[in-house]
Design a protein around this ligand. Structure first.
Ligand code: GLC
Length: 531
């Protein structure tokens, strides 16, 4: 585990600990449950697990509202359970990163309680207070479905406080050096425990300045660089993954000169994968990749199809958003904020061909792919559940009661109907070589075996066929030619003369002659190694 660039050609996996596996029958997933399932993750081929927040929390935002940065919520277990998990994961060459929520706390955090109670409290200045709720008026609201303003009046404090998310999540004041130092302590605490890094939540919003949109400000980068320098000095090899839901050119500064974040999510490519699948054309994907700036050699994008939030449509135009809603959120309750609260399989009509193709794109585009738990078996969602809870239902392990998730009563209603555990579960799919799970497992293995995928190079190949995304990935002396058909009809692709050679198709293990036009079945994909 001593390669400091390990994250560049790794496969990540995101987990809601509460929903993954319950070890003690209380109906809530926990750290011991996750530890029990490490063999599964190893078999799948995962290199790094990102666990969603496990801090004590009143759960007004599923743990992203933290009431204590220095312990684990009892529901999930103890700090010792976390140590055991990390150790057991490391034995399997799996790393564990966790959420670091810098921007805000819960309103139940003792700092906020003290801050609101007393103007002279040493914690007053930990938050952003104002007599005037018209400040920073150029700042957008993120949770548009629930929050009318970024300011909320606090009776006890006699002032308004600033919050970019729910009103139960007051923003910390990063202009206060004490806050800055405190959050370094938080990072130190978990790194000392052995955690391999952080998915840093909502980082664009740390600092507010009048006359700006209060996002991506220079002072924010100054602080994040300090955090990175601190980690490099004391914890080399541990990583920072940036959650900045922004355009590629605005995410670029978060990599700095290779001295800020190691990784950053590529938000805008994600909805364009869905656009491409529905339109049967790849042009939107090509445009956003061409708009994506180069990043330093020691940095990496992180690509995803779905995560624990709504499928965000912040990084598309208004027209595209309306179109995406029309195509992918036919029922009003599928919409949430500026997005769609559905899982991968239902979004793609449970069509195995489309689900595989979307994954083929995920695994062959530049960047480290991250799988959202359950998507590898094609889990569904439960739209009856509030907000984003519908995509955070218990993992479906087998067809025993509650899908093998718990011996007690699950903390939430599970997925019902055609996507329920009777039809979709890990045990069944493990048994068949042709299941989605087995296919994803093969994709992961091939992706990791071939260094070409870990680089940042990508060349689009012009074939004149707008329905087939053809590109070359080249790195470390290896060249991979990728064909992804977005069409529901048979397609022909004639490659430019320079590719008229033989290539080894990785899934079939067959040598293909690339001189003649290639025929592709609907939604077919080919990963071809060129010599
Ligand atoms: C991030 C998380 C989201 C959370 C928000 C506030 O966007 O992904 O789940 O609600 O930050 O912490």
């Amino acid at each position: 585990m001593n390669n400091n660039l390990w994250y560049k050609n790794a496969v990540f996996y995101e987990i809601s600990v509460r929903a993954f596996k319950d070890s003690n029958g209380d109906g809530h997933g926990d750290l011991r449950g996750l530890t029990e399932k490490l063999d599964y993750l190893q078999t799948l081929g995962v290199d790094c697990v990102w666990i969603m927040p496990i801090y004590p929390s009143p759960l007004r935002d599923d743990g992203y509202d933290i009431a204590d940065y220095y312990s684990v919520d009892k529901t999930y277990g103890s700090l010792d359970d976390l140590k055991v998990l990390i150790e057991a994961a490391h034995q399997r060459n799996i790393r564990i990163v966790m959420d670091l929520v810098l921007n805000h706390t819960s309103d139940q955090h003792p700092w906020f309680q003290s801050s609101r109670m007393d103007k002279n409290s040493p914690y007053r200045d930990y938050y952003v207070w104002s007599d005037d709720n018209t400040r920073y008026k150029d700042t957008r609201i993120i949770f548009v479905d629930t929050e009318p303003s970024n300011w909320t009046w606090d009776e006890q404090a006699g002032q308004y406080f600033w919050h970019r998310f729910y009103a139960t999540q007051p923003d910390l004041n990063f202009d206060n050096p004490k806050v800055q130092a405190e959050m370094l302590n938080v990072a130190r605490f978990w790194l000392d425990l052995g955690i391999d890094g952080f998915r840093a939540d909502a980082v664009p919003y740390l600092i507010e300045r009048e006359g700006t949109n209060c996002e991506n400000l220079p002072e924010t980068h100054v602080y994040l660089k300090q955090l990175r320098a601190f980690m490099d000095e004391h914890y080399p090899g541990r990583i920072l993954l940036c959650e900045a839901n922004q355009w590629p050119e605005d995410v670029r500064p978060y990599f700095g000169d290779g001295d800020e974040f190691h990784m950053g999510f590529h938000f805008p490519i994600m909805p364009r994968i869905y656009m491409a699948l529905k339109k049967g054309r790849f042009e939107d994907m090509e445009a956003i990749m061409n708009r994506t700036p180069a990043i330093p050699e020691n940095c990496q994008w992180c690509t995803f199809l779905r995560n624990h939030d709504e499928l965000t449509l912040e990084m598309v135009t208004e027209e595209e958003r309306q179109w995406m809603w029309k195509e992918y959120a036919p029922e009003p309750r599928m919409k949430l904020n500026l997005g769609i609260r559905r899982r991968l399989a239902p979004l793609l009509d449970n069509d195995r061909r489309k689900i595989e193709l979307a994954n083929s794109l995920l695994f062959t585009l530049p960047g480290t792919p991250i799988i959202y738990y359950g998507d590898e078996i094609g889990m569904g969602d439960n739209l009856d559940l509030f907000d984003r809870n519908g995509v955070r239902t218990p993992m479906q392990w087998d067809d025993s009661p509650h899908g093998g998730f718990t011996s007690g009563t699950p903390f939430t209603e599970m997925v019902k109907g055609e996507y329920g555990f009777a039809h979709i579960n890990v045990a069944d799919q493990m048994k068949s070589d042709y299941s989605l799970l087995r296919t994803i497992q093969r994709m992961i293995a091939l992706r990791k075996k071939h260094a070409a995928f870990g680089g940042s190079d990508m060349q689009w190949i012009k074939t004149g066929n707008p329905a087939v995304a053809v590109y070359v990935r080249q790195h470390a002396g290896e060249t991979m030619l990728i064909l992804n058909s977005l069409s529901d009809a048979l397609q022909q692709v004639a490659l430019p003369a320079e590719y008229h050679q033989n290539g080894l198709e990785l899934f079939s293990g067959k040598t293909l002659s690339l001189q003649a036009p290639i025929s592709l079945q609907p939604y077919a994909y080919l990963w071809i190694k060129l010599s």
